[in-house]
Design a protein around this ligand. Structure first.
Ligand SMILES: Cc1cc2nc3c(=O)[nH]c(=O)nc-3n(C[C@H](O)[C@H](O)[C@H](O)COP(=O)(O)OP(=O)(O)OC[C@H]3O[C@@H](n4cnc5c(N)ncnc54)[C@H](O)[C@@H]3O)c2cc1C
Length: 416
């Protein structure tokens, strides 16, 4: 290795850091990767329930919309390294991908450990020096230029460029506990407050506890906050010990956390029959009750919900489900209809930051150049991945953001 090669240090061996190191070495730098764990990609191993939803194959413009805020910040990063590029990258490593539901891209025959192993193999082939059990404490800055790193034991190492890829601050057991965000803050970068996203919501009502682990499928949620409301597509919601989760709720959770932080009252209404109008639901309830007037109400209406939910539902509408159908009064039928169309819960909070699948907030994008990922505050310092104020829905968007920003940071560090 020639001595006049640029010396690039990448801090954090997650999705963004591995890709940044691959990119810097590919573009001619002498690259070292520092990871605090004894393995790479611990969070990547958890992705897509171990199947690793690598990216999303939707159109570019739809891609940006799936980010809570700031999606357009990623324009240059995606140009440098797109979802097609990451699919091609893994194909070269023998991992074929397939596009599934909602354009989510998963490995066809492989799983998350194979994805991490493929990245590790490329790092090795490219001659990247990987340092395990190396928790970096600080960035050394000389004349407003990043010039080295400080280890926990007080030792230092100097370099030409530093790429920070330490991730967000949730699921801290994976190693991502917000170190890089703190280092950036110490170097006068602005920080956007950290909040959880893709996180279970806590409700005032206690009945979810009894139904924990149970999914209501083909429902629609309407979130009301103040005078505004937001309606989800049709999907599923899951009951949890303290409230709700599942795809629909998770995807709204980042916004809900923000509404709650502003002190707004948040209600969620579950529409169990999104394909029918309230009138149609009521007509069907009446039809079912009349079909056999001697039948128990809960038997007559059993086709409306999964059996595990029946007892809870009748408790919520305060109707004795064991009564005969013919005893149901019009106002009770209306109550059933209203709860089928809008079973209402009050959201009082969310599980803590550590329980969020992603972290909202982080290094403010005002201090990062989107064309290069270089800091606007300290020269030769680059940011990547979830440690920046970028977060998206589920569907492969977060990993793609990590891969794209990592790739661009590695390229920029090599070229600038
Ligand atoms: C349960 C779960 C499932 C998910 N599923 C998906 C999915 O299917 N698709 C998707 O797109 N996204 C998914 N995500 C989100 C996605 O995993 C993250 O957005 C992505 O991993 C962020 O990449 P990153 O490289 O920025 O950070 P990370 O992957 O968090 O990597 C940061 C790395 O830096 C290391 N580090 C931290 N501090 C230091 C330090 N001081 N010194 C040295 N090393 C340090 C950490 O140990 C870690 O290895 C999921 C997240 C979770 C929690």
């Amino acid at each position: 290795m020639s001595d006049n090669l640029k010396k690039v240090f990448v801090i954090g061996g997650g999705a963004a850091g591995m890709m940044a190191a691959i990119s810097a070495s590919k573009h001619g730098c002498h690259t070292s990767l520092f990871e605090r764990n004894d393995v790479l990609g611990r969070k990547v191993l958890l992705t897509g329930k171990g199947k690793c939803n690598i990216t999303n194959a939707c159109a570019k413009e739809d891609f940006f919309v799936r980010f809570a805020r700031n999606g357009h910040f990623l324009r240059d990063a995606l140009k440098a390294f797109s979802s097609e590029d990451i699919i091609a990258f893994f194909k070269e490593q023998g991992i074929e991908c397939q596009v599934g539901r909602q354009q989510r891209v998963f490995p066809l025959k492989h799983e998350a450990p194979d994805v991490v192993e493929a990245l590790r193999k490329v790092l090795r082939e490219r001659g990247v020096h990987i340092h395990y059990n190396a928790r970096i404490k600080d960035i050394i800055v000389t004349d407003n230029k990043a010039s080295g790193i400080l280890f926990e034991d007080g030792t230092k190492e100097l370099c030409d460029k530093i790429i920070l890829a330490t991730g967000g601050a949730s699921f801290a057991g994976t190693g991502s506990s917000g170190d890089g965000i703190e280092m950036a803050e110490k170097l006068s970068h602005r920080k956007v407050d950290l909040r959880p996203s893709l996180v279970p919501l806590i409700t005032k009502e206690k009945f979810p506890q009894k139904l924990r682990g149970f999914f209501l499928k083909n429902v629609r949620l309407t979130f009301k906050h103040g005078k505004k409301k937001k309606v989800t597509p049709i999907g599923e919601v899951m009951f949890m010990l303290q409230g709700i989760s599942g795809a629909l709720s998770l995807e709204m959770s980042g916004e809900v956390v923000d509404w709650l932080a502003k002190g707004e009252k948040v209600l969620v209404k579950i529409d169990l029959k999104p394909g029918m109008t309230p009138e149609e639901v009521e007509a069907r309830v009446v039809r079912e009750l009349k079909a056999d007037p001697k039948r128990k109400v809960e038997d007559a209406l059993a086709s409306f919900f999964p059996s595990i939910f029946i007892e809870t539902f009748f408790k919520l509408v305060t109707i004795d489900g064991s009564r005969r159908s013919e005893t149901m009064k019009l106002k009770e039928i209306r109550r059933v209809q209203e709860s089928l169309k809008a079973l209402t819960l009050e959201v009082t909070g969310s599980r803590p930051l550590n329980s969020g699948m992603v972290t909202q907030g982080g290094v403010s994008l005002k201090d990062v150049d989107p064309r290069t990922m270089q800091s606007k505050v300290v020269r030769d310092l680059y940011f990547t991945g979830e440690m920046m104020d970028i977060d998206a829905d589920t569907g492969g968007f977060n990993l793609q953001a990590a891969f794209s920003t990592g790739y661009l940071a590695g390229l920029s560090a090599a070229e600038e």
